[in-house]
Design a protein around this ligand. Structure first.
Ligand SMILES: [Zn+2]
Ligand SMILES: [Zn+2]
Length: 343
């Protein structure tokens, strides 16, 4: 899920005939929320021996299911031949229908190890917020009534995705080669937007199936994530994201197929714009700490956001914490008992 706009309009449209020639068909799945940056993409990929592979599975609403099955039928593709479903990352709008499809077809579902708990349905938002209550209060400085409001406003997400049976899952580590009917792709682990996000790189054709790692219109919002532990070894979403994104920016690519919206080219200027966007925010936060003294993540929200609303609070906290962690990694700030201090 993504929300914040970032960077200049660098992404340029491409003719998706290049995908069709490779046996890749993009199906748009409408979302029941606006944060995604438009309908989510499912890629139907012609697999070896006349089989079918899906890259992502769309959200499990009635509308989402109708769009997916209708889209496949329009292409003359049958889920009876579905052999594999590759999940880009453990967000409901990307794995929602995987269980239902796998049950019907016997397909294996491939997912990266670090997003396993998400697709198993063990990481519901409301549960996670309650579990990490102390972190929000003590580490982020969120006032108790605000946290209560946040918890009350958060749905479980359960109606948007069915948990996937463990025995249907094949674990990816990154670096695997997937052979399809007309091309091969490499699984590239790009932690950031989630810890276990993967992209598929078709190196020979200079195409990247980038899902939510590179989006044309919105920043990929690396969110606070406790799935890899909650203490000092906690996943640092934005630090990880920027490392992954710099690796992708270094690739020569002709086509990026994002997780939402049409395919585009010109990913490097787009990512450079995004890096600059984050650097501006880091500069603002550093300035505030230098002038105003130590502050909690929650107290720093107004430095970046004009209006704080509970519907976007998790995202906002993640954004400020993420940028502080980048500054911390550069040795410019440090944390002292839940407060951030400039060095
Ligand atoms: Zn998405
Ligand atoms: Zn996502």
């Amino acid at each position: 899920m993504s929300l914040l706009h970032a960077g200049p309009d660098a992404a340029l449209p491409v003719d998706e005939a290049v995908l069709t020639a490779l046996g890749v068909h993009r199906i748009e799945i409408p979302l029941p929320f606006v944060e995604g940056g438009g309908p989510a993409n499912v890629l139907a990929i012609e697999d070896q021996g006349g089989d079918l592979c899906l890259f992502d599975a769309g959200v499990a609403t009635e509308q989402g299911w109708a769009a997916l099955s209708g889209g496949l039928a329009d292409l003359g593709l049958s889920t009876k031949r579905l052999r594999r479903i590759v999940i880009s990352h453990g967000h409901v709008d990307h794995y929602g229908n995987a269980q239902r499809l796998a049950e019907a077809s016997g397909a294996q579902v491939l997912v990266h190890r670090d997003d396993l708990t998400k697709v198993l349905g063990q990481e519901r938002w409301s549960l996670m917020l309650a579990q990490h209550r102390d972190f929000f209060l003590e580490e982020l400085g969120v006032p108790v009534p605000v946290l209560e409001e946040l918890i009350a406003s958060t749905g479980s997400g359960a109606r948007l995705a069915l948990p996937i049976d463990r025995e249907r899952l094949t674990i990816l580590e990154g670096g695997e080669r997937l052979d399809f009917a007309r091309f091969s792709a490499e699984v590239v682990h790009c932690p950031g937007h989630t810890p276990g996000l993967i992209c598929l790189l078709v190196a020979q054709e200079r195409i990247l199936f980038a899902d939510d790692h590179v989006l044309a219109k919105v920043s990929p919002n690396p969110l606070l994530d406790f799935s890899q532990g909650a203490g000092e070894t906690r996943f640092r979403a934005l630090v990880s994201y920027l490392e992954s994104a710099r690796r992708i920016a270094a690739l020569d690519l002709d086509v990026v197929v994002p997780g939402h919206g049409p395919s585009f080219r010109n990913h490097r200027p787009l990512l450079e714009g995004l890096f600059a966007f984050y650097e501006r925010r880091q500069g603002i936060l550093l300035g505030r700490l230098r002038e105003g003294g130590p502050a909690s993540v929650h107290a720093l929200l107004p430095a970046i956001f004009r209006r704080i609303d509970v519907g976007r609070l998790y995202l906002m906290l993640s954004e400020v914490l993420g940028n502080l962690e980048v500054l911390q990694a550069r040795g410019l700030v440090r944390r002292e008992r839940g407060l951030w201090v400039s060095v």
